[in-house]
Design a protein around this ligand. Sequence first.
Ligand code: ATP
Ligand code: MG
Length: 362
Amino acid sequence: MDIAGYLESQKEQLGKSTKQVKDFSVFDFNHVPDEPLIREECKELIKEMLQFEISGIANHVSIIGSRGSGKTLMLKYLQGVIPTQTDLEIVYVNCRHHNTSFKIFSHLVDGPTAGASLVELYERFLAKYQKKTVVVLDEIDLMSPKDKHREVLYTLSRSEQPYMVVMLSNSPHVLKQLDAATRSSLQPIPLHFKNYNAEQIQEILHDRAQNGLRSWNRATLAEISALTTRFTNSDARVAIKTLKYVTIEPQEDIRSCFERARRDIVVDMVNDLSDGNLMILWAAATSKSDLAKPIYKRYCRFSLSQREKPFSYVHFYSNLSYLQSSGLVALISTKVDRAYTNRVLLTFDKAIAVSLCELRFG
Ligand SMILES: Nc1ncnc2c1ncn2[C@@H]1O[C@H](COP(=O)(O)OP(=O)(O)OP(=O)(O)O)[C@@H](O)[C@H]1O
Ligand SMILES: [Mg+2]
């Protein structure tokens, strides 16, 4: 192949298609649009915040919604608008990056925190946030199992200062895992972000196209939305990435752009998993049997070969539930020898789990 010629033609092609884009930030998953699509469920959250502002009494809220259902975006957006129109402060922490109570408080207070105790950090937090404050804890299900009691929740819900906690997660299991004392003082209102329908996904895409592209085609947006709602849990990320591929690689058909986007998102998700969860996926991908017990045994052997203490069977199962709520596996109840167990099915190409596992563990 004539490499120079190939490079030349690719550059020309890319140059032409990127001219269609006037603002690449619309494809950035962290981009907060000026006017996001506001879902009905959000109105209830806003109402709770306003009542908190008036009364100083907090109803805590737990938002559950599948991947790409706009949880993070909604709270980031509210963090921008609510403080300008009310007397509330909103602070945001992602528990994926700050995964213990200590790290959460450290992130929220100023100055060095090494060597401080949790109580000291909490006192610094009280001193810094004296106004009515909404504390958003995103991806709360990713707090470390080492912080079993999630003390941050207990502490904030018992505080004499006015704090409202908003927790975001993919799975309702996180609430079941709380100990009785925390649950009874927190008593969060559950809010479920339903999966977007095709019209909503299309509206989200339309807004991105209007702000970021020079030209687009309504029928293309409609087709991407239909594919996204039909073949993913309405993950808006897949739709946005498909729009990007369709725009910068117009020679590809929409279906293959969609498949590529979906694969990219799965690779990102699997890459973000903890070591334990990745090992579980590997065991499910390579086991001869798809029943939970043999997969557990296979996972244990792999974990030990990496000098990692494997999870107990109960803990293994709660990780399976997490993987299910992330949409990476499907658990299907089945009867074997008069007892019920689960079949564990991967919802994506097994080769992805195997190769990412090889990359991580060698
Ligand atoms: N209502 C909306 N309006 C505009 N864009 C949206 C909307 N909902 C989601 N998006 C876009 O879709 C992408 C995914 O949204 P977001 O990160 O908020 O999902 P999430 O529910 O937090 O997912 P996860 O559970 O994986 O954290 C982001 O780029 C976001 O900007
Ligand atoms: Mg999120």
